[in-house]
Ligand binder design. Structure first.
Ligand code: CO8
Length: 254
């Protein structure tokens, strides 16, 4: 099994499991992860995903051995790796728990998640330049938006790695944990998210993500219409009533 999925209450942890290849991402992994997540995405009781690897590698990139002999026409015909768009489109929030290498497609996979938590030993990089290629799963765009043009250009043109501290300072990572507790701490945060109303967490990530794509005026209008739409849910009534009645809310996911 190249992907291991485990449940922790409303949290589904997906572990990349190709340790001999440092979790290099191949077409099978892409199809597997997308099909597993698409199934859970529709389940009301699943409120958050955690994507992780092992201590040495989150993922050391797209699988170079799978790509090496492909022709230009094959890449074009297969629309190689376009399937990762479905990963981006998963509505349930997803957190990357990165230990060790997150390189090339691995760094891009982390950036396709809604949050990135890192272990102290994490190393991020877009070293495709060393292979005679460039980032191909959105890395040039997402990295530039996250950490700015100058730092992204430095990483992409030189192929240098940055560690967890630098990644946090740069805005790629939001929290750092010791290697031993990374997964446990990430699951704790994922549980907090999964206990909230699912329609609300989905809208919350949608409005934040939209900020990267549209201008402020349009974004504020979009946010307002999403805010209004949540008044169609029972969870909004429950959340506000619970506050007034000084008790914990019991969200139902609709
Ligand atoms: N693909 C395939 N196999 C890999 C990969 C990879 N990305 N990374 C590591 N491996 C394999 C190695 O070949 C090796 O296998 P074997 O035992 O059969 O020789 C095994 O994993 C262990 O690796 P190393 O012996 O190299 O381990 P080290 O600890 O010495 O080094 C490194 C670790 C520094 C992470 C090193 O493995 C490395 O540099 N890996 C490649 C990193 C890289 O260049 N990543 C970018 C790949 S390209 C990419 O991601 C493009 C994405 C866009 C595609 C979009 C298409 C449209």
């Amino acid at each position: 099994m190249d992907i291991i999925d485990k449940h922790y209450g409303g949290v589904v942890v997906l572990q990349l499991n190709r340790p001999k290849n440092l979790n290099a991402l191949n077409t099978n992994i892409m199809h597997d992860i997308v099909s597993i997540m698409s199934k859970y995405d529709k389940e009301p009781e699943v409120g958050c995903f955690v994507i992780t690897g092992n201590e040495k590698a989150f993922a050391a990139g797209a699988d170079i051995k799978e790509m090496v002999d492909k022709s230009y026409l094959e890449m074009l015909d297969e629309d190689f790796f376009a399937g990762w768009e479905q990963f981006v489109n998963i509505k349930t929030p997803k957190i990357a728990a990165v230990s060790g290498y997150a390189l090339g497609g691995g760094c891009e996979l982390a950036m396709m998640c809604d949050m990135v938590f890192a272990a102290e030993n994490a190393k991020f990089g877009q070293p495709e330049i060393k292979l005679g290629v460039i980032p191909g799963i959105g890395g040039s765009q997402r990295l530039t938006k996250l950490i700015g043009r100058v730092k992204a250009m430095d990483m992409i043109l030189t192929g240098k790695f940055i560690d967890a501290k630098e990644a946090k300072q740069a805005g790629l990572v939001s929290r750092i944990f010791p290697v031993e507790t990374l997964l446990e701490e990430t699951i704790k945060v994922a549980k907090i998210i999964s206990n909230y109303s699912k329609p609300t967490t989905q809208k919350a990530k949608e409005v934040v993500n939209r900020a990267e794509e549209i201008g402020l005026k349009e974004g504020v209008l979009f946010e307002r219409s999403m805010f209004h739409s949540l008044f169609a849910t029972q969870d909004q009534k429950e959340g506000m009533k619970a506050f007034i009645e000084k008790r914990d809310p019991d969200f139902k996911g609709f």
